[in-house]
Design a protein around this ligand. Structure first.
Ligand code: ATP
Ligand code: MG
Length: 423
């Protein structure tokens, strides 16, 4: 089977000056990877017709598929359509379906369709239109000298809709693509090199068409197996067998055997045990609450958070004792322990999590340096506190604290629920 290779061209001056981060390429590359199309180049060019034309010429020499995003809007700096017309020798014609879509979208907002907007319905005569339900600029597919070109709007949400609803199926129809299967394990509690050591034998024994990737983030590690083949059923069986071996190899550190986040692991665990949790956040300022509540369905297990940033909030809302704060300070074992108890009571939950630390850049002392964090976790029977020193800058300190706290909560719940069973 011949490999299908692709290049992604993103268009826009805003990408070159760094005002907009190119998230489109990352999304498209991930989606193409899943269906077995290999992205060989990613390039960005400005809103300049000649630059776009040059990029198209260059990239089409080596690759089978070119995906372009951006520059399709109705404003003067959006220059992709004229460039495509020149490149493919096209005339612009009005596409009635696109015009109707533009009218529908403007109708929804009770706005008149201006001439500028109706221009969105003009498309090169020799393209296949890919309908854009989320916006006015359609996607366009061209074929020239056995290369497929797909032009998509730059607005990330519209681009995603087009990729999911039409581009992937068109590519599967057009190219003969391999079967690609992924299996992901979330591993916590050991570093990348230690895990690599543990599964060295497994990794070395993998056949050529199965690859293992190490994807670390915030003290966690995702291990992803990717298998490539032609027979879907046989490949499925093979990857499942290998994945079982991988899980066995890391079983003491395995937090999930699917591609989910740590907060999803915690939510699933609480749902399974029919238990609830609340958080009391000082240094993480509600970030843990945000991570949890960004998961649909978290309301079944999550009662809420007290963002007790000031000492007065810790005292008044969470019942932390004034003497505790005076004697030990806000960043202390005693304070997080009382925060856990306070929020357990205030929110009436089964479990609670609390954070208090010095995230920097200021506020550190020799006794309590920047990066010092206390994390508390508990239930009605027991409360535990953990002291950690992070060496990072503010944002990373906050993110690491949140992830560590969620993991400590996860471990505490597992242990307590096990004890409850054996009680
Ligand atoms: P519009 O009709 O809004 O002009 P368009 O197809 O012309 O759509 P652009 O003008 O390139 O798209 O960009 C629209 C929005 O999408 C802008 O906010 C831009 O910053 C953003 N955008 C463009 N390209 C990318 C990209 N590669 N990654 C992330 N965002 C992008
Ligand atoms: Mg633009």
């Amino acid at each position: 089977m011949k490999e299908v290779n692709a290049s992604i061209i993103t268009i826009g001056d805003e990408l070159l000056i760094g005002q907009t981060i190119d998230t489109n390429s990352a999304f498209i590359a991930q989606e193409l990877n899943k269906i077995g199309v290999w992205v060989k180049r990613r390039i960005a060019v400005g809103d300049v017709k000649d630059e776009i034309l040059n990029a198209l010429k260059e990239q089409s020499q080596d690759w089978d598929l070119i995906i372009i995003t951006g520059g399709l809007g109705p404003t003067a700096d959006d220059i992709t359509k004229p460039a495509l017309c020149e490149y493919f020798n096209s005339k612009l014609i009005v596409n009635e379906d696109v015009l109707q879509n533009v009218k529908n979208i403007f109708g929804k907002f009770n706005k008149p369709v201006t001439e500028r907007n109706s221009k969105q319905a003009e498309v090169p005569h020799n393209c296949t239109v890919l309908p854009n339900k989320r916006g006015t600029a359609p996607g366009m597919l061209f074929e020239k000298d056995e290369v497929i070109y797909i032009s998509l709007p730059g607005v990330p949400n519209e681009m995603k809709g087009l990729i999911e609803n039409s581009v992937l199926s068109k590519l599967k129809e057009h190219f003969q693509l391999p079967v690609i299967l992924h299996r992901t394990a979330l591993v916590i509690g050991k570093g990348e090199s230690e895990i690599a050591e543990m599964i060295l034998h497994f990794e070395n024994s993998l056949p050529n068409h199965v690859k293992l990737a190490y994807l670390p983030s915030y003290g966690m590690l995702r291990l992803r197996l990717t298998a490539k083949g032609e027979d879907a059923a046989a490949l499925e069986k093979e990857i499942d067998t290998l994945f079982s071996q991988l899980k066995e190899g890391v079983k003491d550190y395995l937090a999930a055997d699917e591609d989910i986040t740590l907060q999803e692991v915690v939510i699933n665990l609480l749902k399974e045990k029919n238990k609830t949790v609340a958080t009391a956040e000082s240094c993480t300022g509600g970030y843990i609450a945000h991570l949890i509540t960004s998961i649909a369905g978290s309301s079944a297990v999550y009662n809420g958070s007290v963002v007790s940033y000031a000492n007065a909030a810790k005292e008044n809302i969470l019942d932390v004792q004034q003497e505790t704060l005076q004697q030990h300070g806000a960043v202390s074992e005693e304070t997080v322990t009382q925060m856990v108890k306070g929020v357990l009571h205030a929110m009436n939950t089964d479990y609670a999590l609390a954070t208090s630390g010095i995230m920097g850049p200021d506020g550190g002392t020799s006794e309590k340096p920047v990066g010092l964090v206390w994390i508390g976790v508990g239930n009605k029977k027991e409360t535990r506190a953990y002291k950690i020193n992070y060496p990072f800058e503010r944002n990373r300190n906050i993110q690491f604290t949140a992830m560590t706290a969620l993991n400590l909560l996860r471990r505490f719940i597992i242990e307590q629920e096990r004890d409850e069973k054996t009680d």
